[in-house]
Write a protein that binds this ligand. Structure first.
Ligand code: UDP
Length: 236
């Protein structure tokens, strides 16, 4: 297997870390994810990771109108940080060196976000886990993932999701949903497709970031995406 990319940023949703449990961390699944990441490094690929926090808390959904939205969103950013600690632990168990850089001030757990330092870690073969999303409320981890992918000049944003590709409608609800193997950002925005939220999509489009969406239920898909196999949907 040969790598198609030199440097990738992988976005994993919080839900993905929960595996079939739906809440919290499925350690067996995290182990599989970390093994797949290790194999990417073995191919010579530099790997940065952004993960979500939805397995613990989503600001608008779980806090809703019961608390100040900004506070609910900070709870989400803390959830992301918890996931990064679990991933750090999982990666170290595979013998992979990793560092967390966080957009939230959590200096006992993580370095602050520093683009140049992150690039140096990547060049040394360390995985960089970007925690805290964008560090701002009212944003999502998808936007954080696009932002960090641009910052570290990743060749591609690998978006691991619960569905295996981008569809014209929810394939669970609509049996006629069309599956796209390739699509443009403009089409995603015009058709209002559920790939990433609109802010993340716009930022990626404006900066011509290549995006590859695929299912993360099989962690081996990370390797398939890294080696350019035609799985999921490629967005340009
Ligand atoms: N969040 C935020 N700003 C960010 C990223 C995340 O406020 O830049 C909060 C927000 O409340 C969000 C929660 O963190 O609902 C968890 O992130 P997200 O929903 O993106 O996680 P995922 O769905 O990818 O697991």
């Amino acid at each position: 297997m040969e790598a198609k990319y030199h440097r990738v940023l992988i976005k994993m949703s919080g839900e993905a870390l929960a595996g079939p449990l739906n809440k919290g961390i499925d350690f067996g699944f995290v182990e599989k994810l970390c093994k797949a990441v290790k194999r990417c490094l073995d191919l010579g690929v530099q790997v940065a990771i952004v993960c979500g926090g939805g397995n613990y808390w989503r600001g608008a959904q779980d806090g809703g109108d019961r608390m100040v939205r900004t506070r609910a969103d900070y709870m989400g950013m803390l959830a992301i940080t918890m996931n990064c600690l679990a991933l750090l632990d999982g990666l170290e168990k595979q013998g992979v060196e990793a560092r967390i850089q966080s957009a939230l001030g959590t200096d006992k757990l993580a370095e602050p976000i520093n683009r140049d330092r992150a690039v140096r870690h990547l060049e040394k073969g360390r995985v960089v886990l970007f925690a805290g999303g964008t560090g701002e409320p009212y944003f999502t981890t998808d936007t954080g993932a696009v932002l960090r992918a641009l910052e570290v000049d990743a060749d591609v944003l690998l978006l691991g999701k619960n569905v295996d590709a981008i569809y014209s409608a929810d394939p669970k609800k609509d049996p006629n949903a069309k599956r796209f193997s390739a699509i443009t950002y403009r089409e995603i925005l015009e058709k209002d497709l559920k790939a990433m939220d609109a802010a993340a999509t716009q930022l990626a489009m404006d900066n011509k970031l290549k995006l590859h969406v695929f299912g993360l239920k099989d962690p081996e898909n990370i390797l398939r995406a890294v080696s350019g196999e035609p799985i999921g949907t490629v967005v340009r």
